[in-house]
Design a protein around this ligand. Structure first.
Ligand code: PNS
Length: 164
């Protein structure tokens, strides 16, 4: 029997948005198993909202009904994590041209570091293309309603973090 095809979906996921969820679920059309990998120290450091442990717990709750999705965390190089997990496919979401430059650079550099790795870029559904974790953080911290943009486990944690 062939080895199950495993892909890594790395990111900050701070917090996980419906756009991330959409990409993860779409990828199951062509991979057998997806590992959503929360980066401890993302390359572009952003203002952090939740700890990596909290993000893992939240994401696990969001994908609780999906047995083919595993949630893990990693630190260090993405290519080293992929090698350790024996996964040669990395999934990244591309929303707009503005994402492209950074993603393109990262893809080529990752390939330099481990030539066997393939990065697969996916577009979320149109209704999710304007979503970003940083906007969700900002809106939630300023008391705005983000219930349309995140799953209930994320919403609950945001409401606990930013009570009215
Ligand atoms: O959701 P993000 O913040 O855009 O995800 C970025 C992430 C985590 C994929 C990127 O920062 C990363 O791969 N970090 C691990 C460190 C690493 O491998 N850096 C070299 C990249 S070429």
């Amino acid at each position: 029997m062939n080895e199950p095809r495993t892909a890594i979906y790395p990111g900050s996921f701070d917090p996980l948005t419906l756009g991330h969820e959409d990409i993860a679920r779409r990828s199951l059309k062509f991979v057998d198993r997806l590992v959503v990998a929360v980066a401890h120290h993302p390359t572009q450091q952003k203002d952090r909202l939740f700890s990596a442990e909290d993000r893992v717990a939240i994401i696990r709750e969001c994908f609780a009904a999906e047995p083919r999705i595993e949630v893990d965390e990693f630190s260090g190089l993405l290519v080293d994590y992929c090698r350790a997990r024996k996964a040669r496919i990395v999934i990244r979401g591309l929303r707009a041209v503005s994402d492209f430059e950074y993603e393109f650079q990262m893809a080529l550099m990752n390939r330099e570091l481990w030539p066997e790795l393939e990065m697969v870029f996916m577009t979320p559904g149109l209704e999710h293309t304007f979503l970003s974790a940083s906007l969700i953080r900002e809106i939630a911290s300023l008391g705005g309603d983000v219930s349309e943009f995140v799953s209930p486990p994320v919403l609950r944690r945001l409401e606990e973090t930013f009570p009215d």
